[in-house]
Write a protein that binds this ligand. Structure first.
Ligand SMILES: *[C@@H]1O[C@H](CO)[C@@H](O)[C@H](O)[C@H]1NC(C)=O
Length: 335
């Protein structure tokens, strides 16, 4: 980006380009109809020198964390909305303290008002599963954490699985293997907290010893290094924002055969089932943290019950308050 780049020029000179390259020879767990880009077409090296290695036909990337450094890559373009996806195989065995992140951000351009949409994978001690965390920030809303954490119904270090982010001007959906696991619907009350400025897509592996596993209790052990995470089926299906060329609104380009634009009825059933089985933390139910849940929260009795059984300390407090609030906040569809 040139130094003269600014929010205004970006929003007014948006160029909507679709990167459509048909998928060839995808790993079995992926949706082979998705438009896959090669590393060189869509991405650039971010950090970590030769800890980033491109494999095969240029469509797979290995990122390594060792005692010297982690590593990462970044999309060449900025996007305003779209569908972003990768098949990821996480490192196995002892991975405590290791963090793999697949996320969108504009933190390098907007220091105080950045937007972010995150998938974070938190490693674990041997025999314990990786955990997945999702989070959303808008316009520098770092004071309001919107974290959710889940375990998965498979071991993510056994094979490739697809992790995707759908971002439109009205919703954000996180998917694992085409199952939506979280939907953030934009509400008026969220104001600028809903991500609304162009972002780039990142993939990184790094040492999160100080917090990733049991609040820093288990640190990265370089005895087990190198930690290698494999990426493939890279999908960048979005509205690429060109700060120089002028063009019309971005959302017109979004709909396209295999690319989802919202959650279907069947998927919603899957999502509810996933959340009441696999969610281990949600800020919406953390009464110690938010006496009143942030405005986009749609509370579900089943999710609340599951979280309480899983962690009665965090989610058990204010039970009576919850019962009262329920009449006001629980949506009929989530019961
Ligand atoms: C984003 O934050 C800035 C600085 O706090 C503020 O001036 C602006 O109005 C905010 N934008 C939105 C859309 O809320």
């Amino acid at each position: 980006m040139s130094a003269s780049w600014s929010v205004t020029s970006c929003l007014f000179f948006a160029s909507c380009a679709l990167l459509v390259v048909l998928a060839v020879g995808s790993p079995e767990n992926s949706n082979s109809e998705l438009p896959v880009v090669s590393f060189d077409e869509g991405y650039a090296h971010l950090f970590g020198d030769d800890n980033l290695v491109i494999h095969g036909d240029g469509k797979s990337v290995h990122l390594t964390l060792d005692e010297r450094t982690g590593s990462g890559f970044v999309s060449q373009d900025l996007y305003l909305h779209g569908f972003f996806s990768a098949s990821i195989k996480l490192p196995a065995d002892y991975t405590a303290g290791v963090v793999v992140a697949f996320y969108m951000s504009n933190g390098d351009m907007f220091e105080k008002t950045h937007d972010e949409i995150d998938f974070e994978f938190l490693g674990n001690i041997r025999g314990k599963e990786w955990r997945v965390q999702t989070n959303v920030y808008g316009n520098g809303s770092v004071g309001v954490g919107r974290e959710e954490r889940y375990n998965l119904w498979f071991d993510p270090s056994d094979d490739f699985h697809q992790y995707s982010i759908l971002w439109t001007d009205s919703l954000i959906v996180f998917y694992v293997d085409n199952v939506p696991i979280r939907e953030v619907k934009r509400t008026k009350a969220m104001g600028g907290d809903f991500p609304s400025k162009p972002m780039t897509l990142y993939a990184t592996i790094w040492d999160g010893s100080s917090w990733a596993t049991n609040g820093g209790k288990y640190r990265v052990s370089y005895k087990y290094a190198p930690y290698i995470v494999e990426f493939s089926d890279l999908v960048l299906h979005g509205c690429a924002v060109d700060p120089i060329e002028r063009s019309s609104a971005c959302d017109a380009v979004l709909p396209s055969g295999s690319i989802p634009t919202a959650i279907t009825r069947e998927q919603r059933v899957q999502m509810e089932s996933f959340r009441k089985r696999h969610m281990t933390y949600s800020y919406c139910y953390d009464r110690a943290r938010y006496k009143i849940p942030p405005p986009e929260c749609i509370l579900s009795v089943k999710e609340a019950k599951h979280l309480r059984s899983f962690d009665p300390v965090t989610f058990g407090q204010g039970k009576r308050h919850f019962a009262k609030r329920r009449h006001r906040r629980v949506s009929a569809t989530s019961m």
